[in-house]
Design a protein around this ligand. Sequence first.
Ligand code: TYD
Ligand code: MG
Length: 471
Amino acid sequence: MARRSPSFVCQNCGAVTTRWQGKCESCGEWNTIVEENAASDIGAGPGRRAQKGRPFALEPLAGETQEAPRLASGIAELDRVTGGGFVRGSVLLVGGDPGIGKSTLLIQAAAALARAGQRAVYISGEEAVAQVRLRAARLSLAAAPVELAAETSVEDIVATLSQGKTPRLVVIDSIQTMWTNSVESAPGTVTQVRGATQVLIRFAKKSGAAIILVGHVTKEGQIAGPRVVEHMVDAVLSFEGEGAHLFRILRAMKNRFGPTDEIGVFEMTGSGLREVANPSELFLSERDLGSPGTAVFAGIEGSRPLLVEMQALVAPTTLGTPRRAVVGWDQSRLSMVLAVLESHCGVRLSGHDVYLNVAGGLRIQDPAADLAAAAALVSSLANAPLPADAVYFGEVSLSGMVRPVAQGAARLKEAQKLGFARAVLPEPTRGEAAADIGLVLHGVGALAGLVADIAQRGSPPKPARTAPARG
Ligand code: TYD
Ligand code: MG
């Protein structure tokens, strides 16, 4: 009879090895491998007797669904990200740093549904009932008929929820605090988190309740990250924000029933999260008009146009290797834009530190940001403020050309709505734009043309302090 060998599971990525190691070979993290007895949730191994399967009825693809499969929460920014509401029988994971506002968002969602007459249950594994009540009172939601409990055993939770009318929404805050007695490992380990999630998913599929799991993400991977859970659930939403900023962005990372590129924008206020229906106004509200190094980017997030300010600082370096720092944008995209500026536009940056920041704590993924980033960088280097009434968008190719981007008309319309008078955009996109757009359009073919335009406006760039021999 085969001996059941212990397995070692990485608490960061969930990789299984047969012996302990200091470093996980799968994800490269150190000290994350823990011995776990995972046999019971992995299923029949060589040492187990095979069980006979139970036949079940197969069903046709076309069938009756009595109730609407989606349940809108009434919080428009949340519904936009889920794709129109919570899907019946689905499990959704909301991840985010501690303190970002996950519990606040979800108690608000539960209360909105409960007020609309749906049964909503909020189970907290982290806070006592009194604490959840206090928060609800602060949010003026105390009167909403949400059912509350402070519990951590998923078997008890499923048994409780199976009684009476099936709840439409169940919030589990957080999945790391839950444990199932079908697995022997300690609560908080990957095996427990996975086991507890399995039990809850089974309940959701069987009962039709929508379940939202809260998951904490730690950079160190100390506690079992919800990474392993991501593959099991139907949708993963990430709730993000920069510490000091009050804006919070809800973003779909995975969605089996909806789009993955939509964002929801909220503002954390003294009385909870407030929806921001027109984020462009918010992101542009504190603009620093007339200073060099800022460009307004006309972006698209999901189906919605979004105007944000990109800020660049290019300053002579005192370091041997100049610094390249970026907040809110992709580091490798910045490197690419810098390389194109150097090799195709004659911009010398090897003696300069470069900092790029997206105002308001937003993280941009739209490739059309290249042109705005390049404009901001050159504006800072040349000490030439860009016109305050212009927006920029376009993708920069490695050959130094500005490539057309999708949804040009929507970007221009948003810029026009917010009072901008001109747009700097790829030449092909300019050709397609409607004549009555109400903006002056400057089409750009090669990035070098734009660089020359900006450099002409400003004072000559200050010489870098490193020896000119390098560049
Ligand atoms: P919380 O929802 O508890 O975060 P998470 O569940 O993601 O850990 O929110 C915590 C932060 O939000 C806390 O720092 C206080 C702040 N907050 C407000 O600013 N206003 C409010 O109305 C509430 C409830 C919280
Ligand atoms: Mg919380």
